[in-house]
Design a protein around this ligand. Structure first.
Ligand SMILES: *Cc1c(COP(=O)(O)O)cnc(C)c1O
Length: 378
């Protein structure tokens, strides 16, 4: 059986967790391992980094920092995970869904401006499959319209746009370390704070609205409740699991890109023959092999292909049902403009197994079975 996902595991993780428990004897947030992870991100990304309990929570922090209030509007694609919208709806915002580009499944930057009103407070691009959105255009629209940009880079760690890391381009960015993502701590995430004016408050919000972080740095002599906030600190055990993956981040990234290339190279012929479509990576972007998807002709063909792969002991899955067609999506937001691609493309999309422990031969075998399916449908 080739499963769809296996959480990234590197052997040192066990040693580090043992060290946190038996040597450091400190398991709550912001201990030695959290500090090491944070340092890794800050050095590499050049932004302030805060380890969180999830990407959902990092997005909630971003919504608080952007001071989202009831009645504000937030623009995002409908083809995304619920948390992208939830974090802002929790603050009382209305969501304005904009159509996606057919080639990358990312928000169509040319449709954002028409969704902007005087109530628009933020734009939330989602870097689907670790492929960057057209950030220069999005930043330009945001600056001209006085909006904040929060990058949902949950899938985007190590991916770049014009040489800059995804998540570091907007005012804030978020990563996920859920077990389905490239780097994982089971459940976890990261908030990247790219604007100086948010830096102090981001620490306060993450620490239940207290200035405890400043206290631990010796900047103040007692800490107290100074603002709203919540508990967004992951435990040291989670950080200890993540750290060794960061230490070999390039190796993990290369392995995934290798698997991605095997799929792509092997299925290119089917695309050229007009049977399927493969993901596009714009020349400004370097992706991270987060996901390999293909697009079947329609939902019916996709269902048959999933079934065929399943019969061959391969687990392939579809992805998001567009948020604007969900119960909460209809209650808390609406689609602006035409849905030319969101629904249609999401119904065709199929994801193949992709994870660090997947063997090259296994990826080759999966691709062969996809080709076999199409040979049989001629
Ligand atoms: C995984 C994911 C999230 C949520 O991440 P969690 O860490 O599970 O909260 C949010 N947005 C996108 C686009 C994701 O892929």
């Amino acid at each position: 059986m080739i499963v769809f996902n296996e959480p990234t595991y590197v052997e040192k993780g066990i040693g580090y967790i043992t060290e946190a428990i038996l040597k450091n004897r400190r398991l709550n947030g912001d201990g030695i391992f959290t500090a090491k992870c944070t340092e890794w991100f800050e050095k590499r990304m050049g932004s302030k980094a805060l380890l969180t309990t999830s990407c959902t929570h990092a997005l909630e922090m971003a919504a608080l920092l952007a001071d989202i209030k009831p009645g504000d509007e937030v623009i995002m694609p409908s083809f995304t995970f619920v948390s992208t919208a939830d974090a802002f709806v929790l603050r009382g915002a209305r969501v304005k869904f904009v159509d996606i580009r057919k080639d990358t499944m990312n928000i169509d930057e040319s449709l954002i401006e028409q969704a902007i009103t005087e109530k628009t407070k933020a734009i939330v691009p989602v870097h689907y499959a670790g492929v960057g959105c057209e950030m220069d255009t999005i930043m330009d629209i945001a600056r001209r319209n006085h909006c904040v940009v929060i990058e949902d880079a949950a899938q985007g760690m190590m991916g770049t746009y014009k040489g800059r890391y995804l998540g570091t381009i907007g005012d804030m960015g978020t990563y996920s370390f859920h077990e389905t993502k490239n780097y994982t701590m089971g459940e976890g995430g990261l908030a990247l704070i790219n604007r100086r004016e948010y830096m102090h408050r981001s620490e306060v919000i993450r620490e239940k609205g207290t200035n405890r972080a400043q206290f631990f740095r010796g900047e103040i002599d007692k800490y107290s409740w100074v603002d709203v906030g919540s508990s967004y600190l992951p435990s040291e055990m989670n950080a200890a699991y993540l750290l060794p993956q960061l230490e070999i981040a390039e190796e993990i990234n290369s392995k995934r890109l290798k698997l991605w290339d095997i799929y792509y190279g092997s299925l290119k012929g089917l695309e050229e023959a007009g049977r399927i479509e493969l993901p596009a990576v714009p020349k400004e972007c370097r992706h991270n092999g987060h996901m390999f998807y293909l697009k079947a002709k329609d939902m019916e063909e996709r269902t048959s292909l999933i079934q065929y792969l399943w019969e061959n002991k391969i687990k392939a899955v579809f992805h998001y049902v567009p948020l604007h067609s969900s119960i909460a999506g209809q209650k808390y937001g609406e689609f602006v403009g035409e849905d030319n691609h969101t629904t249609k493309e999401s119904e065709r999309l199929l994801r193949l197994p992709m994870y660090y422990a997947l063997k090259e031969e296994e990826a080759g075998y999966v691709a062969e079975k996809v080709k076999e399916f199409y040979a049989g449908t001629l």
